[in-house]
Design a protein around this ligand. Structure first.
Ligand SMILES: [Zn+2]
Length: 141
C-alpha cells in the first residue's frame, strides 16, 4: 500500500490520469475518497505533474497559470489563465491511455471513447458543436 503506480513517472503532457478527491483535496489511492476525476497533464517535474483543472471543479490549492508558468514549465500557451494543480506521482490513482478518448478542442472536456470528428484530427463535443450551430443559425421562431 502507498506504492507509486507503475509507469507514474513516465507520463507526458496530453496524457490523462485519474485522481481521488476528498473534501476538495487530492488523496492517495489507498485512502478513502468521495470522488474520482480524470485530468489532462499539462507539464511535469521529477516528482509529479501539473494537471488542467476545468472551472467547474472546486479543488483546493489550485493556481492560475501565468506567463511565467507557461515558459518555466513549457505549458501550451492555450492554458494561460486556466487553473492547474500539482499532483505527486504517488497520488495518481490510475493512468488512462489517451487513446481511450479525446479532449474537446473548444471546452477541453475529456470524452472517454470519443474519436476525432473534425477534418484536422481533433474532437469538438456535441455541446460545443450544438451551441455554435444554434448561435450562428438564423432562427425565426
Ligand atoms: Zn466541447
Amino acid at each position: 500500500m502507498g506504492k507509486t503506480l507503475l509507469g507514474a513517472g513516465t507520463l507526458k503532457a496530453g496524457d490523462v490520469i485519474t485522481i481521488h478527491i476528498k473534501n476538495g483535496n487530492v488523496v492517495s489511492p489507498d485512502e478513502d475518497y468521495e470522488d474520482k476525476f480524470d485530468f489532462e497533464i499539462l507539464s511535469k517535474d521529477p516528482e509529479g505533474y501539473f494537471i488542467y483543472i476545468p472551472d467547474y471543479h472546486y479543488l483546493n490549492e489550485t493556481k492560475v497559470i501565468t506567463n511565467y508558468d507557461i515558459s518555466l514549465l513549457k505549458m501550451n500557451i492555450k492554458f494561460l489563465g486556466s487553473r492547474t494543480l500539482y499532483v505527486k506521482n504517488s497520488k495518481i490513482a490510475k493512468i488512462k491511455n489517451k487513446l481511450d478518448g479525446m479532449f474537446c478542442k473548444d471546452c477541453h472536456e475529456f470524452y472517454g471513447y470519443a474519436t476525432s470528428n473534425q477534418t484536422d484530427g481533433t474532437l469538438v463535443c456535441f455541446s460545443c458543436r450544438h451551441y455554435k450551430h444554434w448561435r450562428s443559425s438564423p432562427d425565426d421562431d
